[in-house]
Design a protein around this ligand. Sequence first.
Ligand SMILES: [Zn+2]
Length: 380
Amino acid sequence: MHTVGDLVDHLEGWYPLGTAESWDRVGLTVGDRADRVERVWCTVDVTPEVIAEAVAGGADLIVAHHPLLLRGVHTVTSDTAKGRMVSELIRNRVALWSGHTNADCAADGVAEALADALGIRECRPLVPADGHRMLNLVVFVPTDHVAAVVDALAGAGAGRVGEYDRCHWATEGTGSFRPLAGANPYLGERGTVEQVTEARVELVLPARSRAAVLAALREAHPYEEPAFHFTDADTGIPVDTGLGRVGVPAEQITLRALGERLAEVLPATAGGVRLGDPSADPDRPVRRIALLPGAGDSLLDRVRGLDVDVYITSDLRHHPASEFLIEGGPALIDIAHWAAEWLWLPRLADKLRGLEQAPEVTVSELNTDPWLLRLGPDVG
Ligand SMILES: [Zn+2]
């Protein structure tokens, strides 16, 4: 039987919190890590309807894409919709974890789910991650303190490699030093050369955790002046993570056929699939495709500079989209934000179902797209 805490550890191994954008608020929002989880509910959005469905279905943990509490919150009373939702989750002992931009950019994450659904190959991130630099820490520790120091370093974010934590390498040797007159040595006498059996301990860590790891090291290490150094470690992480994807279609396809394929693979929405083309020729072939599930306005300039024929994204506003096309494109395909991101849920569910003693996993099929109906005649 899993707990909230160990399922969260798995989720954060697949979608590390540190890979989220700095403005994002991801991870465990509601819940007790010690609570047991028999059933997990997967959703893009947390809405009152999704919570009601999850509670009725016996869920202990909701895994959502969009954070419920992204901006500052000063109350969770039942006076606000968000407060009512938080209260409802707590009342029913349902935990909530969100994987947002950390799930977008992950290998096997939200953008890749959309690329795979379209059969896009040779995928690379549209915006490669650069904040994922890794360091290697070497620290010398008296052998009887290795476990305690490694625990402290692991607690601060060092030694995590995929689905493994506390990863470290230790070799034993002899450390030597002479405490000077002003020293307050843990071992040895002032003015006398001391020799100690020490371990050289090595761990990798994300560069962004350096300060926390160093503070933990100074706290847990018995020496007044621990010996350590950090070096850059190329662990290859940036290669396959980053926002959006760019790739080539698996077979020859026209712009119109690509739009039709999207309409087939995405869950139905009122907005459907909308296509804009600077040459007004939807039957021309598409050689390279850029895509970004979620709001894609902000990357229009970047896409313009790429050798792609079409940009698939959501929430495009009138002026940015029409100016982009007037300036020559590439073509745009606008899809529903919720639908694009929903494609991630079945593969998230498969990962959870692949765990040992897997929980029951349900993918919510409630449509949380804000638009209910599209009225009036179609064009084109
Ligand atoms: Zn989104």
